[in-house]
Design a protein around this ligand. Sequence first.
Ligand SMILES: Cc1cc2nc3c(=O)[nH]c(=O)nc-3n(C[C@H](O)[C@H](O)[C@H](O)COP(=O)(O)OP(=O)(O)OC[C@H]3O[C@@H](n4cnc5c(N)ncnc54)[C@H](O)[C@@H]3O)c2cc1C
Ligand SMILES: NC(=O)c1ccc[n+]([C@@H]2O[C@H](COP(=O)([O-])OP(=O)(O)OC[C@H]3O[C@@H](n4cnc5c(N)ncnc54)[C@H](O)[C@@H]3O)[C@@H](O)[C@H]2O)c1
Ligand code: SF4
Ligand code: FES
Length: 808
Amino acid sequence: MMKKLVMIGNGMAGVRTIEEILKQAPEQFDITIFGQEPHPNYNRIKLSNILQGDTNFDEIIINPLDWYKENNIQLFSGEAVVKIDVDRKRVISDQGREVEYDELIIATGSNSFILPIPGADKIGVTGFRDIQDCEMMIKSAEEYKKAVVIGGGLLGLEAARGLLNLGMSVDVVHLMPHLMERQLDPIASSLLRSELEAQGMNFLMEKETVEILGDERVTGLRFKDGSEAEADLVVMSIGIKSNTTVAKNSGIYVNRGIVVNDFMETSVPHVYAVGECAEHREIVYGLVAPLYEQGKVLANRICGMDGEPYEGSVTGTQLKVAGVDLYSAGEIFEDESTKSIMIYNEYEGIYKRVLTRNNMIVGIVLYGDTKDSTRLFRMLTKKEDISGGSIFQTECTGSGTSDSIAAMPDDELVCGCNGVTKGAIVEAIQTQGLTTLDQVSHCTNAGRSCGRCKPMVSSILAHTLGDQFDATAAQKVSICGCTTISREELVAEIKEKGLTSVKEVMNVLEWNNEEGCTKCRPAINYYLGMILMDEYKDDRDSRLVNEKIHANIQKDGTYSVVPRMYGGVTTAADLKKIAEVAERYHVPLVKLTGGQGIGLFGVKKEDLPSMWEDLDMPSGYAYGKTLRTVKTCVGAQFCRYGTQDSMALGIELEKKFERLDTPHKVKMGVSACPRNCSEAGIKDIGFVGIDGGWEIYVAGNGGVDLRPGDLLCTVKTQVEVMEMTGAYLQYYRETANYLERTSKWVERMGLDHVKEVLADEETRKALNERMDQTLKKYIEPWNEAIQSEEIQDKYYTKHTVAVGSESK
Ligand SMILES: Cc1cc2nc3c(=O)[nH]c(=O)nc-3n(C[C@H](O)[C@H](O)[C@H](O)COP(=O)(O)OP(=O)(O)OC[C@H]3O[C@@H](n4cnc5c(N)ncnc54)[C@H](O)[C@@H]3O)c2cc1C
Ligand SMILES: NC(=O)c1ccc[n+]([C@@H]2O[C@H](COP(=O)([O-])OP(=O)(O)OC[C@H]3O[C@@H](n4cnc5c(N)ncnc54)[C@H](O)[C@@H]3O)[C@@H](O)[C@H]2O)c1
Ligand code: SF4
Ligand code: FES
């Protein structure tokens, strides 16, 4: 019996802990995660980069929704836990959901500290903590000109840089005489201030804000000394406050954070805390490195391993602002017991100071040149005796050169965020045969957080591989951790070596895990089917679990049954049959689906074949990576605006392409006029009737990655629609990565490129020929199950376990 593990908070520290647990004991827990934000786990560190315009939200997602599915994690996103019933071992959410736990992790992070002053609730006043804050600032910058950032710490200065990039003029209000006074001494701080002033920031130092001015929206600030500053936007970045409300209200001991021992255990048995919400030995950490260390210790504890305790961390910080190179770690302030070693080159703006006690480094401040940082940090953490040696590197080899990497000891920390040393990276490259940065990151975690260490990781990769290093190939993405080869290489190898089965692919191409995993097996099965067309014998056991069972598994382990209704059109006879079956099998929920189908929910697996037999309708494939549905409007047959027969086209499309294996699900919509009642503009392929023809839209998406479709072309006849659709779908099948939606695929390939390929008649013809040959192989799966006792015994008895992963 799997133990129930529930986690409150879907952020960086919590999800990393779950990753560690899955590494150690993938089958031990039935995992549920509640996340207040309506997103999968993303890299909060990179919000600064989003604000500064260097990246977008998609690129900072650490664990996409597919990751949760693949690991059978039930994620309730956009849902906050409001109470923990520690006696009944249950959590209760703001939507009234109650979930039982055997073990509970609280990973609720922190909130921005907002000054409790009059006007702090005005429109235009925000913290900087999540993507919503970031979006609000970006939107404000479109309309307004003047921003004030309160707080000249790490967060405030990164926010200020972002707002400058967005075209706002920025004042930074700081309480103390020096910026980043917790990390920098006065000299480094004044060098930083000069650089930031040169970049365009205006500093209002030693100012205490007492009021935010304005009516509904902020117009300015008033300070304690009576002076004022104008503001259309105010960002408060004056520190963070652990998010402890739920724990506190549930009787768990809370001080500044949720108090934990060296194994991250709270005052209540079976309840743990990790991350910024946790207080360990009176310290609440606000950087990921210590939080990830906590996560490892907690994972060991929860999995029942004998692990080391967490004994606290020394942290190092850097500011993510272009043009600023600074590093700080350990103690900043001198006392009678410390001595400083210092270099100050005012001319070049380079300042280095190491604070020592008893011949050991206890603090580091570097400005203008931080290449000594990893070495000095190692000396600090290892408590190395520094007497007799030169502290600062004098030779001219820049960091990352082959010589400097050769000279770097194995225990030097390369990735501060994830605690990864040079030795660990080299070992992973050598033992796992890694050749790309992506693989090294995947294997060791190096580079997965702030990303600052990536150039160094690349240099270590190049140094370790020597002549074998291929800089272009180093950027490639491998299929999964079982192999180093990419999708392109896999497809080429299958063709070149004439491989015909999943097992053969894994053997011949020397997979490092002979069984493969839930990521690569469905992908290989897909690519084989795409290449070998009707000659390929499908490997059902390599499919995602829903495709294996031909029904959608639900959260309670039951299934849903959605019969095909071509073009969303049904008959009274079919409706009667569905109603009778629903009654006969006591189906708890009958619901219209988003794709104009009818779903019967809550069906037991062992009832599926007989239910399908009674229904006597084809599978609607509501679970497959295939054509789902073709949503149609009523069109010219009945609607007075209709210029085309949308239902007839929808039915023809659905009948032709149903069951086709595609890299990801494909949805279509057909509207008979531009009023577009079938919402064809947000479908993978949408058809809109116009006078004398059809417009074909592609790459629309109505889901998480909302995207309007792009016009591919306009055609005159239904025959041309079918021809263009066949060619488009086949080109997608042949060039997309497995589990890549058409919207992402078109963005990657470029719409113009796709248009150009499909404009060529010969190419379209060849694509359609391969499509037609592929379509020959499909048979109706529900009927096949009804006819075959072997299939029923293997997949549909009470005791068969649905193994594998799923992605929506
Ligand atoms: C702009 C910015 C830049 C940063 N840059 C760096 C950097 O360069 N280096 C560095 O090391 N660190 C940096 N940090 C800090 C780092 O992001 C945090 O230390 C880290 O995210 C903390 O992880 P966590 O899991 O404890 O909290 P979070 O990542 O905040 O996750 C907590 C999650 O729990 C959710 N939650 C809270 N209460 C509930 C509830 N009751 N029910 C359900 N869900 C709940 C929250 O909505 C949140 O999504 C930065 C932070 C910010 C904001
Ligand atoms: N590059 C990085 O590592 C990075 C970047 C951003 C955020 N973070 C983390 O995010 C968290 C929040 O960062 P932060 O900068 O808000 O916190 P912080 O506590 O590091 O800095 C807050 C700053 O605001 C100042 N301040 C306090 N009250 C003030 C007031 N009334 N008016 C003006 N100034 C005032 C303080 O003197 C301090 O310098 C921290 O844990 C930080 O480590 C890290
Ligand atoms: S899209 Fe046009 S033709 Fe179709 S139902 Fe709507 S209004 Fe009528
Ligand atoms: S140092 Fe931040 S990801 Fe490596």
